[in-house]
Design a protein around this ligand. Structure first.
Ligand code: CS2
Length: 501
């Protein structure tokens, strides 16, 4: 949308100040809120999830918990938000309609590579009591055993003292070192909001390993006294922003917003209540505090995220661009039903079995939300990092019990087929795989090996998180059969054959 030609004003504090009583109002004065949270990974998920809970806390008068939000490299969103005083429109979309609200919990947005001194200062400030992260699975630089991958190039550079740091761990280490020098007793919570199992522990171990790898034992030891790392399960479906979202935001609010965020009505956040330096009263806005975050995480990763990835690769191959379009196909619904009832739920710990069917019924309703254009290609990204967390625990559990897992075998084959760069039109070129992945350049030629057995084995061998499957002949055979079928008959026929629909 072209601001210059639009009769509508750009979203800003000034524009909102001229509120005419008809538009969505702010519930607090943005300028009177002070920063208590530094967030790394300013993206749509953060803005539709954690930031919404912080917004509610600020509206209740907890004015020292505003957010300073940062991207490590990308400037686009921080700049767009800064251009509108940190304000943005939240669009909550359902088939009943779309609701728009303007939020202001993010009082500062920046790019770390561009403004390193400012981020360092924020991290070091004792006013910062929570540092939260949504940096995606790959941002933690973990190997398949959950240990820090010291060979990861950006991490290796940070261990050598690169400035500005290139990884979130490098930033945390730099910020905490500075903070410890000036305020040695200042306590802090480091809160992971990513889809990793045991995300808090994973972050704690990774940071500890990072500090020790650069011989900073003093700070590593000290963190066990002054820092906490609560595990948390985060859940809200938040697609990338489209021009259609911008048009809807303008229509509903009367302001031009360069970066609105569209999401579903559902939102869930379960956190261990271990905050070293206080926290907003998140329970007032629906956050659950629990000592059993692991159970919630397993349900979410193995039922929701696992199903999402299945839909993503089948959707790419079959030509369904969005999740809602994919699940409108009876054969995809049959596939999900089989995934959940015959594979994922039986492999969950028994104590979760009773609640799982209801959880899955709700998932199907969420996935069917046609008001949300959640692209299968978006979910398909970074499969080499996501699949080991989402599918592998189920596969290994069933394999150990001698039970078959045909849906996940097809899903693994679909991922390999998509890595070949082949979509439903047979599109994709040798240099341009259809899906984005940090290992795509390595994996695409392996996935294209003419012999499907060799393709499967080579891909498993090349992905650290899946190497365990390369050593399991029965698993390789199951995936090879599915890949051969996909190659010979295409996605539709293969799906029909498996589901009988
Ligand atoms: C999705 C998740 O893109 C993906 O990999 O599976 O982002 C998913 O939408 C969220 O985890 C839902 O909470």
């Amino acid at each position: 949308m072209d601001d210059a030609q639009s009769p509508l004003p750009r979203l800003s504090l000034r524009a909102v100040g001229h509120w005419d009583g008809k538009r969505p109002a702010l519930r607090y004065e943005p300028d009177r809120q002070s920063v208590g949270i530094v967030h790394l990974g300013l993206g749509n998920f953060h803005r539709a999830h954690q930031a919404v809970h912080v917004d509610a806390a600020l509206a209740e008068g907890e004015s020292d918990w505003a957010i300073s939000a940062w991207n490590l490299r990308s400037r686009a969103l921080p700049e767009a938000m800064s251009g509108q005083d940190g304000l943005y429109t939240l669009l909550v979309c359902s088939t009943q309609g779309t609701e728009a609200r303007v939020l202001a919990p993010i009082r500062e947005a920046g790019c770390a590579a561009h403004m390193p001194a400012q981020l360092l200062e924020r991290l070091a400030s004792p006013a910062t009591r929570i540092v939260s992260l949504s940096i995606t699975e790959k941002g933690y630089c973990l190997g398949p055993d959950g240990a820090l991958d010291l060979a990861e190039p950006a991490l290796a550079a940070d261990l050598e003292g690169a400035w500005p740091p290139r990884t979130a761990l490098g930033w945390l280490a730099a910020g905490l070192t500075r903070r410890h020098a000036s305020h040695p007793a200042a306590r802090i919570t480091l809160l992971s909001c990513d889809n990793l199992s045991g995300n808090g522990r994973a972050l704690e171990r990774a940071l500890d390993a990072f500090l020790r790898a650069r011989s900073d034992e003093t700070l590593a030891d000290r963190l066990t006294h002054i820092a906490s790392f609560p595990n948390s399960m985060v859940d809200r479906i938040v697609p990338a922003t489209t021009d259609a979202d911008r048009a809807v935001a303008a229509q509903l609010t009367g302001w031009i917003d360069a970066c609105p965020v569209a999401t579903e009505p559902f939102s869930q956040w379960v956190i261990e209540d271990h905050f070293a330096a206080g926290r907003p009263r998140f329970e007032h806005s629906g956050v659950t505090f629990s000592d059993d975050v692991a159970g919630w995480e397993q349900m979410k990763l193995r039922l929701l995220n696992a199903a999402h990835s299945v839909i993503a690769y089948m959707g790419i191959l079959a030509g369904w661009p969005t999740v809602a379009e994919a699940v409108s196909q009876p054969m995809v619904r049959a596939l999900l039903d089989r995934l959940w009832t015959s594979e994922a739920i039986p492999a969950l710990p028994t104590r979760l079995h009773a609640s799982a069917p209801g959880y899955c019924a709700e998932l199907l309703a969420r996935f069917s939300n046609t008001a949300l254009a959640h692209q299968t290609a978006q979910i398909a990204m970074d499969g080499s990092k996501k699949i080991p967390l989402r599918w592998l625990p189920t596969v290994l559990t069933l394999e150990q019990r001698g039970q078959a897992w045909p849906v996940l075998a097809l899903a693994l084959a679909a991922w390999i087929r998509a890595l070949e760069g082949v979509s439903h039109h047979g599109e994709g070129t040798p240099d341009q795989p259809a899906i984005t992945d940090p290992l795509a350049a390595l994996l695409a030629p392996l996935a294209r090996r003419p012999d499907p057995a060799q393709a499967v084995f080579a891909v498993f061998r090349a992905v650290p998180g899946l190497v365990v499957l390369a050593d399991q002949p029965a698993a390789c055979i199951a995936v090879t059969r599915a890949l051969a079928r996909l190659r010979a008959e295409g996605a539709h026929t293969t799906l029909q054959r498996l589901t009988g629909v």
